[in-house]
Design a protein around this ligand. Sequence first.
Ligand SMILES: Cc1ncc(COP(=O)(O)O)c(C=O)c1O
Length: 371
Amino acid sequence: MIRLHCNPRAVRGVPGDAELSIVSLAAARAAHTEMSAWPTFVPTPLRSLDPLARSSGVAAIFYKDESQRLGLGSFKALGGAYAAGIAIREWQAQHPGGDLAAVTLTCATDGNHGRSVAYGARRYGCRCVVHMHEHAPPDKVAAIQALGAIVVRIAGTYDDAVRFAREASMRPNWLLIADTSDDVTDPTPMRVMQGYGVLVLEILETLPSPPTHVFVQAGVGGLAAAVAGSFAEAYGDLRPTFVTVEPERAACVFESGVLGRPATVAGSLETQMAMLSCGEASPLAWKVLERFADAFITIDDDAAVAWTRRLSSGADGSPAIDVGISGAAGLAGLQSALADAAVKRALKLDEKSRVLVIGTEGGPNPATPPL
Ligand SMILES: Cc1ncc(COP(=O)(O)O)c(C=O)c1O
């Protein structure tokens, strides 16, 4: 089952100052300048899945493979660690001569953002306390602990963990490195999204031809906003059709599209796309998505699981790809759209379409990276 909602508020043209203050190519370049000096930084590959494109009836499928990003297993490595570095420099400016060992970085996570923040804490010699809800996957918990962070398990959902982290951060010398916030002026979630802009810069540099469509999976919407805003800035009126993809049971960005404002969805939010298990859309991300997301779709777990298997087994003659279920959700969204005649028509997908998807994470069992 796929659900589609087309966004009546979507516009063409370049972003204005309001959107550019949240995500911009200039901010992404600044993030790139900083991160490219990190010893483990290397650009990730953009793969052209030609046999799969042929069997799917489209001209091209470009797959940005984030499985090896900074040795941390997902694109999230770009956001939390970068924002943590800035927050730490600000703390140092306010506490001249202060000992970083007295600082605690904290956040909430489904798994990947927390790993990025824990990596940042280890780089800078701070403590780190990561809040994770009761259903967060054990391999993600272990990967965060392996970086020296303390994991606090929270009854409830990701959104409950977000609130716990915010409360915990009220303690002296605790710095909240959040990837979402109710406060649209909070600079930290903005910096997290600007860090994601690095992957967009790499895509823009390596794309053999401009895409006609981009499918990006959404949790709170931060990645989707970073990609949609940057493509709108780069291509203006000629930007690709931008589609967000979410699990049916945690579709807060989809609901935001329906309501026309940042939405909250209730329920357990349980999904095999475990990193997309978020019930409250980021109000900051929504500011960008409400103008530059053309459509929102939801997909079943079954589709994401099936496409994870297919990608990781190298089916269709494409090389086998290291991918987790949340990582395959963008491609599963594209394939679910192609399989539904009405959705395919509404999104104008045809044999001329060149589609960009982002493989946002690798499979389970991540190893601990070097600094
Ligand atoms: C693998 C993966 N893909 C996609 C997302 C969605 O990112 P966002 O929450 O910024 O929408 C996440 C978020 O944690 C993730 O870990």
